[in-house]
Design a protein around this ligand. Structure first.
Ligand SMILES: Cc1cc2nc3c(=O)[nH]c(=O)nc-3n(C[C@H](O)[C@H](O)[C@H](O)COP(=O)(O)OP(=O)(O)OC[C@H]3O[C@@H](n4cnc5c(N)ncnc54)[C@H](O)[C@@H]3O)c2cc1C
Length: 481
């Protein structure tokens, strides 16, 4: 049965070797600090079994014809891309944050395109290796991190120019049975509770960078892999428990300390001409996924803004409506860009559907430009209380609770507990370490803003627009298009 349950996933994690470092100690995947992130991933197993989401959280494998978790699927059609985007929006609404499992999904999609192209160009057998891996990935309903972002050292130098060659992950040895790799990737989401790490290059390479043009997949507890992890979640609650606080995120520095990778897990080995193609394609799939998750982030912030405005009695005031409309426009424009990207997708040689480059990048860029504005709107409408809200204990201690319940009141028909819960949610959402991670993720996740600008600049048809102006100015006879 290719569809696994949350318990089966948890059992797999239990079997893995402890190679995670948090808070000064080496820990296993049962460490409670990882649990909020693991809860997010459990949701993706749980809801795939929910009949309500049949065909949305699930897909049909193009390899086996079996029903699989959509996060293990390689997109075959525009409809698949749309469903992935829609699925991600629903999951991020359910958990109030990043669903994380898209990383591996976006990586297998990019690899399904590039391994095929590599074989066409070089007569290699990467695509067969990839399909073997994909079958195993789907049959076992695996979770993968995508380790793309190298630590990169001096940002303006290429891998081979760095003072330390390990600042980009590289091949240090080629053996008859596989390769040995060394280096580090950073910021890697879900790595600490993923089954597999899928490694892809972070940038285009030159001939001299061939040793750094490498892609592979390995179990996350492979000998020599160390995951130095920062796990973040909302402050745990004692009494006023809420779904938002059950979830969290873990991001890791992934160290490859002379790690052996068998040949059947190697998907690129020195073909430097395709490093940029693979880097850009993973980023493209991931930015398309962002067109699903970022609108959900806005949905969650917008929901909180509406709720607090309602409790404050200001919901129908014109300046409030305007700010709410601002947020709705951001969410839906980003989502619409993802829909357009899916509708204008193209088939690669392997049959995989590739989202449209321009629309996915425009969507991701638009989301990034507005991220702090969204937090600004929630803060504006909530007032200062998210920042100064007394700790939960003071709402439990009867000596102080009676005062807080009296003086936290807004509209007389809204009970004090609802007002308290609303402000505690907003405090977690905009005024916590957890909020800080998502703000920076909103800027850099999926690539820094300049990367989306470069992608648009390279793929947008500016020449066509010039021809339109020439036509209208009377210097060109034919209307272009
Ligand atoms: C919460 C979070 C989760 C993430 N998850 C993942 C993940 O799961 N997997 C993954 O692979 N990555 C992940 N990332 C990494 C993300 O893709 C990177 O943060 C992003 O690509 C920027 O890289 P950087 O952090 O190294 O910043 P830098 O590249 O150092 O960027 C800093 C600034 O320098 C500029 N800059 C960089 N290089 C140059 C240059 N050559 N010339 C001029 N300017 C330059 C950039 O434009 C930017 O303004 C995650 C990031 C965050 C914040």
């Amino acid at each position: 049965m290719p569809m696994k349950t949350p318990d089966e996933y948890l059992e797999r994690l239990k079997q893995m070797k402890p190679n995670i470092y948090i808070g000064g100690e080496r820990v296993g995947r049962d460490d409670p600090r990882l649990r909020p992130g693991i809860n997010v991933i459990c949701k993706t197993f749980e809801q795939a079994q929910n009949p309500k989401y049949d065909g949305l959280m699930t897909a049909t494998s193009h390899l086996t014809g079996e029903k699989i978790n959509r996060f293990t699927h390689v997109n075959q059609s525009p409809e698949d891309l749309l469903k992935k985007q829609q699925m991600i929006r629903i999951y991020c609404r359910m958990t109030g944050g990043c669903i994380q499992r898209c990383m591996g999904c976006d990586a297998i999609n990019a690899l399904s395109v590039v391994t095929y192209e590599l074989d066409q160009e070089y007569g290699t057998d990467y695509y067969d290796r990839f399909l073997k891996f994909l079958r195993y990935f789907q049959e076992n309903d695996l979770v993968a991190a995508c380790a793309q972002t190298d630590v990169k050292g001096n940002r303006v130098l290429r891998p081979h120019q760095q003072a330390d060659p390990d600042l980009y992950v590289r091949i240090v040895e080629k053996r008859s049975d596989g390769i040995v790799v060394k280096g580090a990737k950073n910021h890697i989401t879900v790595a600490a509770y993923a089954d597999e790490l899928i490694v892809v290059p972070t940038r285009a390479m030159t001939e001299k960078d061939a040793d750094w043009a490498v892609s592979f997949a390995i179990p996350a507890d492979t000998e020599g892999v160390k995951l130095i992890t920062r796990a973040t979640s909302p402050r745990p609650r004692k009494k006023f428990k809420a779904p938002y606080c059950e979830y969290g995120i873990g991001d890791s520095f992934v160290i490859f300390d002379d790690v052996f990778v068998p040949w059947d897990r190697v998907f690129m080995c020195g073909e430097w001409r395709y490093a940029g193609r693979l880097a850009a394609l993973f980023a493209l799939y991931h930015r398309h996924s962002y067109c699903g998750c970022k609108p959900a982030f806005t949905d969650v912030l917008l929901g909180a803004a509406v709720l607090v405005s309602d409790y404050n009695g200001i919901l129908d005031r014109p300046h409030v409506r305007r700010r709410l409309v601002d947020m709705a426009c951001t969410a839906e424009l980003v989502y619409a860009a993802g829909v357009a990207s899916a509708m204008y997708s193209e088939k690669a040689g392997s049959g995989t559907c590739i989202p449209n480059m321009v629309y996915a990048n425009i969507g991701r860029r638009h989301a990034g430009l507005h991220i702090y504005e969204e937090y600004d709107i929630v803060a504006e409408l909530a007032g200062g209380l998210p920042a100064t809200l007394p700790f939960e204990e003071e709402f439990i201690n009867p000596e102080t609770a009676k005062y807080l319940e009296k003086y936290i009141m807004r509209r007389a028909d809204v009970p004090a507990e609802n007002v308290h819960r609303c402000f505690r949610l907003i405090s977690d959402m905009i005024c916590s370490a957890y909020a800080g991670v998502f703000q920076v993720a909103g800027v850099h996740g999926g690539g820094s803003p300049i990367m989306e600008e470069i992608a648009v600049s390279q793929s947008y048809d500016f020449e066509e627009k010039k021809k339109i102006a020439e036509y209208l100015a009377g210097t060109r006879k034919e209307f272009p298009g």
